[in-house]
Design a protein around this ligand. Structure first.
Ligand code: GLA
Length: 373
């Protein structure tokens, strides 16, 4: 299985943490359909940590906690599949999961078979309680091989937070996405920190194995396990724009059964999603190093995406000299730009894009086609 575009979906952890059960999963599956999220592309529903019993069964197999999941994982997967969704689960490469449940160290092949037998389509694979004596790359390769031989296509979502130089070896493991940084929380400082850490990792990003910046906090407003201060809608919009531009998986972390209108508008902006899901799956690159941060991505078919982001705490000048991306006077070309958040047609721009003042923590996101001058 080759991962052409970043996966999209929902994960239990950010909001629900330990407090998960089959009713939550069923009602969330229903909401993914009724809210339009599935139609917008969010098709994976992922159960994170805390789903199993603390002991394996007599055959060494993981067992779903019967109090939380009385119908069992196969029946739940069938329910999720019947909604047109894909079903994701979680394990870890160490001796315990991060929350202290049984983990897949030395059980990689048996666990991959169990997940396949339940109808799992996506496995998030964490990095807690890793024995010091075994290197991370070996453990991820082992699970990569187990998944490739389990008889089912399972998206391998590696979650080693970028430690032990993950970027150097992760593509050899069979992982389809890799967590490039630590855990997100619902506050602007954390979003900025993850953004900053992902800037130098863009050379490792692209089709086949995308950098995963973590589940999004859009719409959490300080609620749930990862909730802290919450963010403003403007900050959530910038967060979503950066995740989209950087080819991150778009995995929602808020309670989608209870989203406000603005959250829906952000998460279901078709034009922004299209930049994330662009079939070419190319790396974004930084163009221009003054004022706001300006990022460019060359899209399938010749269009370009331009994200001017202000991660700073005061307004900045948003600018891009078109010569910096090859559209100099000699090219005789200009761009025709559309603002993806306001929907406004910005007309034909020659030589320089200029937004004299972009507010702190906000952004401008454009999709442009190339035209003659
Ligand atoms: C780690 C991961 C998180 C989440 C928790 C679950 O911290 O990075 O995304 O899966 O474990 O315990």
């Amino acid at each position: 299985m080759i991962q052409k575009t970043p996966p999209m979906g929902w994960n239990t952890w950010n909001t629900f943490g330990y407090e998960i059960n089959e009713d939550l999963i069923r009602t969330t599956a229903d909401a993914m359909v009724s809210t339009g999220l599935l139609a917008a592309g969010y098709n994976y529903l992922v159960i994170d940590d805390c789903w199993s019993l603390k002991e394996r069964d007599a055959n060494g197999r993981l067992v779903a906690d019967p109090q939380k999941f009385p119908s069992g994982m196969k029946a739940l997967a069938d329910y999720v599949h019947a909604k047109g969704l894909k079903f994701g689960m979680y394990s870890c490469c160490g001796t315990l999961t991060c929350a202290g449940y049984p983990s897949s160290y030395d059980y990689e092949f048996i666990d991959a078979e169990t997940f396949a037998s339940w109808g799992v389509d996506y496995l998030k694979y964490d990095h807690c309680y890793k024995p010091d004596t075994t290197p991370s790359d070996l453990l991820y390769r082992k699970m990569g091989l187990a998944l490739a031989n389990c008889g089912r296509d399972i998206l391998f979502s590696a979650c080693s937070w970028g430690v032990n130089q993950t970027h150097e070896w992760i593509k050899s493991t069979g992982a389809h996405i890799w967590r490039s940084t630590g855990d997100i929380t619902d506050c602007w400082q954390k979003i900025k920190e993850i953004y900053d850490l992902n800037v130098p990792l863009q050379p490792y990003n692209g089709q086949g194995c995308f950098n995963d910046m973590d589940m999004m906090v859009v719409g959490m407003h300080g609620r749930g396990l990862a909730g802290v201060t919450g963010c403003t809608d403007e900050e959530y919009r910038t967060h979503f724009s950066v995740w989209a531009m950087f080819n991150s998986p778009l995995i929602i972390g808020c309670d989608i059964r209870d989203m406000d209108e603005m959250t829906k508008q952000i998460l279901m902006n078709k034009d922004v999603i299209a930049i994330n899901q662009d079939p070419a799956g190319r790396q974004p690159f930084r163009a221009g190093h003054y004022g706001c941060d300006t990022w460019v991505k060359f899209l399938e078919g010749g269009d370009i995406a331009i994200l001017i982001v202000n991660p700073y705490d005061s307004a900045c000048r948003g600018t891009l000299h078109l010569a910096d991306i090859g559209l100099d006077v000699a090219s005789n070309k200009a761009i025709k730009a559309r603002d993806l958040w306001s929907g406004e047609d910005l007309g034909i721009i020659k030589d320089e894009i200029l937004f004299p003042s972009v507010d702190a923590h906000s952004c401008k996101f454009l999709r442009c086609s190339i035209v003659n001058r």
